[in-house]
Design a protein. Sequence first.
Lengths: 354, 368
Amino acid sequence: MIEAGAIDCDVHPTVPSLEALVPYMSEHWQDMVKTRGLDELVSISYPANSPITARADWRPAKGKPAGTLEQMRTECLDPFKTSIAICNCLYGAQLLFSEDMGSAFASAVNDWIAKEWLDREPRLRGSIVVQTQNVEMAVEEIERCAKNPRFVQVLLLASGDHPLGKRFYWPIYAAAERHGLTVGIHAGSNYHNPPTAVGWPSYYTEDYAAQAQAFQTQLTSLICEGVFSSYPKLKVVLLESGWTWLPAHLWRLSKYWHGLRMEIPWVDRSPMEIVKTNVRLSLQPTDAPPDPASLEKIIEHMQSDEILLFSTDYPHGQFEGMEVLPQGLPKSLVRKIMIDNPRATYARLLETVT
Amino acid sequence: MNVNVKPEAAKRTSTRLAIADCDIHPVRSSPNAFDPWLSARWRDHLKTFGSPRRLAMQAGPAFPKGQPDAARRDALPPEGGRAGSSLSFMQAQHLDPNNVTFGVLNPLQSGQGVANPELCAALCAATNEWQVAEWTSKDSRLKASVVVPYESADVSAAEIRKWAGHKDFVQVLVLSRTGEPLGNRRYWPIYQAAAEAGLPVAVHAFGYGGGPITSTGWPSHYIEEMAGHAQSCQAGLASIVIEGVFERFPKLKIVMVEAGFAWAPAFAWRLDKTWKALRAETPHLKRPPSEYLKEHVWWTTQPMEEPEPRTHVLDTIGWMGWDRLLFATDYPHWDFDDPSLALPLPISEEQRLSFFRENALAVYGVKA
């Protein structure tokens, strides 16, 4: 049974069209959109009519899934008795190659989210969308948006130009830690690199499945580069990552850490311990074993009841009806996942928002 | 990990379980060791231009290893030369004391991945001759891999057909970091020839695809490269399944080597869930991905997963099936798994036998 007052850590308001963002752009970029005839910036990570991109019963007759606040209220916030939901907008601003254009469009997305969603619905909180090619500009955007207490997180993609642990990115983590923001890493790529470690796949099925490997890579990078040694208060949340892969990944990484820790002497705790204190993963999708008993074992392998955070991944199609909690989830974990863990993760949720 | 050879090691043979070791790395005793099987043109070419692969350095790996030559420090042959270059020392240090009755040779740094496709093919062909001349003909416990220039699939298929039926060759060897994902149609002639020859295709970690080794660019450290083999091998294996390679070649066997195995269950669950949602995209697949994996894919054990508590790995093996794992030591490399320490858990005699020997003999269709 879901708990009333759930905190949903991954919902996706959809930008209805580029036109909707134009009012939030400078005159220059408004002009560029028009003069250059820009296409909609929609990532190939979510093909418009794919069953994962939106659940069939969450597709409106007209307009886009999760395209309006009303849709989100009636389809997600009300039925799941959500007290707070965190909006992770997946518009393609982060995919551009021009750092100026990427920054301008990310800012427009953030202002649009703040005005059209956060200001109008007290249950909603937002993630600050930033491009990552120019870290200085990303930090400026974090500083700008952090003034709004309804932003609780910085949003990055699972695959980008470089592994996210690289020192080059650390000013982003410093800014996030300074403002009590988590760093959310969401499924998807900016496709500046091929989406798998061995090149471009032929099928979307491979691309979506490969997201789990992208998250594994980022977790390795964040741990090995020492991000959590330097920013011990930083919380990183893996969003739409799947999570049943986590124990096996940590076993392997821990084994190599035992053998090769002289290479990364700043990592003074085992990867499993670091994850317990600094890394969280969202519930949906649950890549579950066929039987509930095996899922219980996976949870036992995780060795912590604080790692999972409730999410519906609305409007993405990850489960049927109200079956957001996978079978095999121990009862004792439900309240932790739905309420306690998100509250312990997102420092800004504890602040009063007026 | 690094182990010291115990003085009593040699004495233990008679009481030890006979085992299969599905990942042994023989090394050339000198840089010129392939010369007998190379034409004058290629010998001259190597002297003048070397054999560059798609990486920056003329010598050594892209990520410097944790130990010289990635080798156990005690594996240097007393007569000199690189670790893994002496058959007599391999016998004395590993095959005899560990009672290896069936050992699969995976020659790395042989010629696979060399950028010049003709040189790559010539070096792979020489590697195969060298395995017979220097190793398998001198110790019948050792079996060879058909080393192929996998980026040239037709040439690879011809090399497979050349050795098909030879008693000393038990598999085809490709590396995991290919130029395209391994299920891509450009590689299908390899699978066709291997399936026809009844040889499993082993996918060994490492390689020289040339692109970044993760989906998000180049990492900084050797430890990231090593942990990352699990990710690149998952991507290659997903490609093989989703492209329909097993539908097209129903007799094909794939062995994933040195990429870990504990990721396999969650990988299969994710593929199944994703396939179920998106199956309209892949009508060529007749069954859930996990069923292809259960029927066609095996994993070598090294580096053995070591959760705390260790018993958790028994859940993982249970999900995979005890028939899926092939024991491997990775001799003479630093992360060698000692068979006496690799699985210190209460398991049945049947499970122990399948893990250390019987699965390998079944997959490779041999008696030992």
